[in-house]
Design a protein around this ligand. Sequence first.
Ligand code: IMP
Length: 410
Amino acid sequence: MSCTIVVGAQWGDEGKGKIIDILAQDIDIIVRYQGGNNAGHTVVVGDREFILHLVPSGILHKGKLCVIGNGLVIDPLALLNEISMLRKKGIKVDGNLLISQAAHVIFPYHKIIDKRRGAKIGTTGRGIGPCYVDKMARCGIRMIDLVNRDLLKRKLKANLEDSVEFDFEKIYRMYLNYGRRLKGYLADVSLVLNRAIDKNKKILFEGAQGTLLDIDHGTYPYVTSSSATAGGALTGTGVGPTKISKVIGVVKAYTTRVGEGPFPTEFNKSLMEKIRCKGKEFGATTGRPRRCGWFDALIVRHAVGVNGLTEVAVTKLDVLDEMKDIKICIGYKYKGKIYEDFPADIDVLYNGKPLYEEHKGWLQDTGSVTRYRDLPKKARAYLERLAEITKVKIGMVSVGSKRNQAFRIS
Ligand code: IMP
């Protein structure tokens, strides 16, 4: 049995795309299980950069089956555009991609509602939240409905009832057309995956966003609307918990987040500019500058717990190469009380004073290091402290964006 889940252990953008791309070499099937085209997974292959929003990054490896699970919300036009972008770049998609019949569909009205209501949270504006609202309200439209003319008509009519803003006929025809073009990819994903598991195929579940953006375990309400934690891989694909062998968390050597919400270890302006520039910290989906801060052990330890992480991959260690001093947040102080575990109270996260321990920087270039033992001693000490304080083993370290700038730690 070999099913591995990869999740973001912070606020997303941890570099999951690259880690998944490396792991995918030994995998048969790569599966996305939640979210939608709010995600942006960047993978650098040779001198080509790919940014994938819906199709699993495994598509960049020849002969891998890539699956989009029922837990996703799909903007069909965005998906068709991504498929055509991949084809143009010589990547084989047909025969390598399956889409769950039960995944929900994003419509133009979802995007408009998102743009109106999402500003407070700083959403990506892709219609993600409103589409999940319809799913939970049991009026959502699923991929399979796009190939059933009558059902689509009935459901869409009901959803657009009383709306003068939207042209029913136009949207109906547009989505029937998307259905025709995507029909060949539709499948019963749970059946496909469970049969593959019976045949001992290796499966990798690719999480999008991150633990702190999870609807249940994140910094609610400043979260996305899906289950970005490991549990989402089960409900989002129809594979049971007894089939999972490993859960790998991806963490940056520091922290970033995009959009609104509390961020206790956020840098001051000058440090922010420095790290944002060195780490190229701009959103892969919206291009928005990411907020940056020190590594926060409380949030990663929380991620270790709620995901049951068996190991972590630490990314972007090289971004800290020029830092004279490096801090790790080990607690928050709020109204005289010290918090050592991640608090659910948003006031503590907003107003708590982060408590830090300080480490000396290694002030050496790590971008060309290919073995753990060749890292500067102070960089190893930093990583060892991260592992100790977050109570998880580090299995891989990444020191740059290229495929060969990463190594495993046995
Ligand atoms: P939504 O997912 O578009 O509803 O946005 C909700 C929050 O999640 C916002 O703060 C977004 O910036 C954030 N978010 C959504 N997707 C990603 C991602 O892939 N990486 C980082 N942040 C994300």
